[in-house]
Design a protein around this ligand. Structure first.
Ligand SMILES: Nc1ncnc2c1ncn2[C@@H]1O[C@H](COP(=O)(O)OP(=O)(O)OP(=O)(O)O)[C@@H](O)[C@H]1O
Ligand SMILES: [Mg+2]
Length: 249
């Protein structure tokens, strides 16, 4: 039996039949604004509540922007960092690229950097938001896939559970990742949807894959409120996701 840890979103734990499989590397994918960063922050916040140290690596926005955005849903990352429970690695979007060019670093160096900070903090939960910029550093899909697989292997060897976020293109059918291979490299995939229905959008979530564990196959409704993501386990979205095969819009 694989041990489960609470995701920070109770309805998602029900979809997962108990929670996120401990020690695994899970991808959260969805179009822009679908709630990936918020879900990742709730995952970290839950860990800290349980006395687990966490690392949040943001490649998308700067650290300050991340902190400000999360204040809107009642999560205070700056306070958690001051209490030494959380290490936020942020900076300008180009940081990883700069690092790679400057030092002619390879994926192993970048993975080593991640490993170093995870070990230093003894982190039990790690977030990398997002992997799009990371995979973009590599020349072609073969290199990208290998780089991501190597990163996943490093993270899997550490004593932590990891969420990687992945932005997908709006409106592209069946897309649960950007390049189309990321889902094969990770242990599990949670997809966030933002779907047109009538003259508005609705939000939904499903667990698309979770190696070695039983999980619900349902697509269910969710909302983002001032308390963050809420998943409604018993409510299906109006938009027929499977039939219309359409994510975003
Ligand atoms: N306090 C709030 N109340 C309601 N909705 C909110 C609140 N704060 C944020 N949101 C919603 O959450 C969305 C942002 O979520 P989040 O940043 O997690 O998305 P994302 O998937 O990470 O997007 P991106 O790919 O652009 O980084 C906002 O666009 C908004 O719709
Ligand atoms: Mg985000």
């Amino acid at each position: 039996m694989i041990e489960r840890i609470k995701s920070g979103v109770p309805g998602l734990d029900r979809l997962l039949d108990g929670g996120i499989p401990k020690g695994k590397v899970i991808m959260v994918s969805g179009p822009s604004g679908s709630g990936k960063t918020i879900l990742a922050a709730q995952f970290v916040n839950e860990g800290i509540k349980n006395n687990e140290n966490c690392v949040f690596i943001t490649l998308e926005a700067g650290k300050q922007k991340l902190i400000e955005d999360l204040q809107q849903i009642g999560i205070d990352f700056s306070q958690l960092e001051r209490k030494n429970k959380l290490r936020i690695i942020g900076g300008p979007v180009g940081h990883v690229k700069y690092f790679k060019e400057k030092t002619k670093a390879t994926i192993y160096d970048i993975a080593d950097e991640v490993k170093e900070v995870v070990l230093e903090v003894s982190a039990k939960r790690v977030v990398l938001d997002s992997i799009n910029l990371f995979t973009m550093l590599f020349e072609n899909d073969l290199e990208r896939r290998k780089a991501l697989a190597d990163l996943v292997a490093v993270l899997s060897s550490l004593n932590c559970t990891t969420l990687l976020t992945c932005e997908v293109k709006e409106g592209s059918p069946r897309s649960i990742s950007w390049h189309g291979f990321e889902e094969f490299v990770v242990d599990g995939v949670i997809v966030l949807y933002r779907l047109p229905f009538g003259n508005k959008y609705e939000r939904a979530i499903s667990v698309v894959k979770m190696r070695g564990v039983n999980h619900s196959q349902k697509v269910v409704s969710m909302a983002i409120t001032k308390r963050g993501i809420e998943v409604y386990y018993d409510r299906e979205p109006y938009h027929d996701i499977i039939k219309n095969n359409h994510n975003g819009g």
